[in-house]
Design a binder for this molecule. Sequence first.
Ligand SMILES: [Zn+2]
Length: 81
Amino acid sequence: MKEYEEIQVTKKVLKSITCNKCGKSKEITDFGFEQDEFHSLNLSFGYESVFDEERWKFDLCESCLVDFVKTFKYSPTITNI
Ligand SMILES: [Zn+2]
């Protein structure tokens, strides 16, 4: 037999998201679809990198992401999810 006790848990809820490049910001509603307009990048640098042991985390809005990708010599591979 198991007995349960109700407890209060504190958790972090995303309130807003801001593009690190242009500063565009969106408040996040209960549905959270607004965050689909942004993309989080999490980069870890390894031993041979000049940024060894650093981790970079940032968010880009889709407009800034597209502008960044347009600077590529070769287009990224695009597939449907
Ligand atoms: Zn942006």
